[in-house]
Ligand binder design. Structure first.
Ligand SMILES: [Fe+2]
Length: 355
């Protein structure tokens, strides 16, 4: 049984997103409303197209442009939310973001899926599905290292566990069947296997969920901005501006540097921060020579920010004021330190910069 194969990148002509869509339209995939899977040859043809496309920065920039639209429209899409679904075929294109150590754990695919590493690298452990179900425990099969540009696919139902073992973020592109989210029937419980349902967080009305989403959004947008900054593509300046609008100070600085300007000149002027959700309950806590900003959540108090106690007055001010200019942070601190504290507040997701 073929589980997940990573093949060498082919040296073929450039393929943009529109061309990829045109090539997919020519492949014999079932229509989205048909309850059938494509032939293996159709998935192999699609993999070949993606293999050529993923090494083309124009294609990746096209995909990132749609991803930024999705992020802008949704705030922060959870899981593998597609930035593109091909009409009629229902084939979904989505980015996956992998922080250092990030993994969804061992999980099962019952429908075809193509995975391309776009940035950095991933390690993939596959499991012998039939033997795993027979023994009721995960039975390792193969292990792959996949660097940027490598493309793998799954055709038969398979179990695998990708992980980012590197110290930097990785990004993957997932092109998958519209049947990918269907429930898995007639399978026994398998220890150690995570299911999409278990991995998906329920919607939350807790104001803190907006903090988590804000932090996730700015981290991911920054990864996209770093990818864009290394591309020699006409759309990059416009897309970096979009990243800067959706990201945090790090992304604004990166966009400014890439444009050839000095870093974050605007933040030497007004740098106004607003509490990410008006109902967030913040408080200051001092322990020894450390000051922390605490947040009340439905799961109890959370500490998202801790720094030297020299920032105690500034943190107390941030805990009290829902909207303030970094230049007004009180305490015996320098203007440079005021900016650093404001940047840490923004990185925490508890505060968002006013445009
Ligand atoms: Fe997977």
């Amino acid at each position: 049984m073929v589980q997940l194969q990573y093949l060498p990148v082919g040296v073929q002509g450039a393929v943009k997103l529109d061309e990829v869509r045109a090539e997919f339209a020519a492949i014999e995939f079932p229509f989205a409303d048909e309850q059938s899977h494509p032939d293996r040859n159709a998935v192999l043809a699609a993999r070949s197209t993606i293999q050529s496309a993923v090494v083309d920065n124009e294609f990746l920039a096209d995909c990132i442009a749609l991803e930024l639209k999705l992020i802008s429209a949704t705030g922060f899409p959870r899981g593998l939310t597609p930035f593109l679904t091909i009409p009629d075929l229902g084939i979904r294109f989505a980015f996956g973001y992998w922080p250092p150590g990030g993994t969804p754990g061992p999980h099962e695919h019952i429908a075809w899926t193509i995975t391309a590493v776009c940035r950095n690298e991933l390690e993939v452990q596959t499991f012998d599905r039939a033997e795993s179900y027979r023994r009721r425990e995960l039975v390792p099969k193969n292990h792959f290292s996949a660097v940027a540009g490598r493309v793998g696919y799954i055709y038969e139902p398979s179990i695998h566990a990708p992980i980012n073992t590197s110290a930097d973020w990785s990004v993957s592109l997932h092109v998958s069947s519209p049947r990918g989210g269907e429930p898995i029937e007639d399978c026994a419980e398998l220890a150690g296997l995570s299911t999409p349902r278990r991995r998906r967080l329920p919607p939350s009305t807790d104001p803190y969920s907006r903090v988590v989403a804000t932090r996730a959004r700015t981290q991911r947008v920054h990864v996209l901005a770093r990818a864009l900054a290394g591309m020699n593509v006409a759309a990059v300046p416009r897309l970096l501006d979009e990243c800067a609008a959706l990201g945090s100070h790090s992304t604004r600085k990166l966009a400014a540097r890439t444009r050839g300007g000095t870093t974050a000149l605007d933040e030497r002027g007004a740098y106004v921060l607003r509490r990410t959700h008006p109902d967030l309950m913040l408080s200051r806590r001092i322990v020894g020579d450390t000051v922390a900003l605490m947040t009340e959540t439905t799961a109890g108090p959370v500490e998202d920010l801790a720094m030297n106690v020299v920032a105690a007055d500034a943190i107390a001010y941030a805990a009290k004021e829902p909207l303030f200019d970094a230049r007004d942070l009180p305490g015996r601190i320098t203007d440079e330190e005021r900016i650093l504290i404001a940047e840490a507040l923004e990185d925490s997701g508890l505060f968002t910069r006013e445009a």
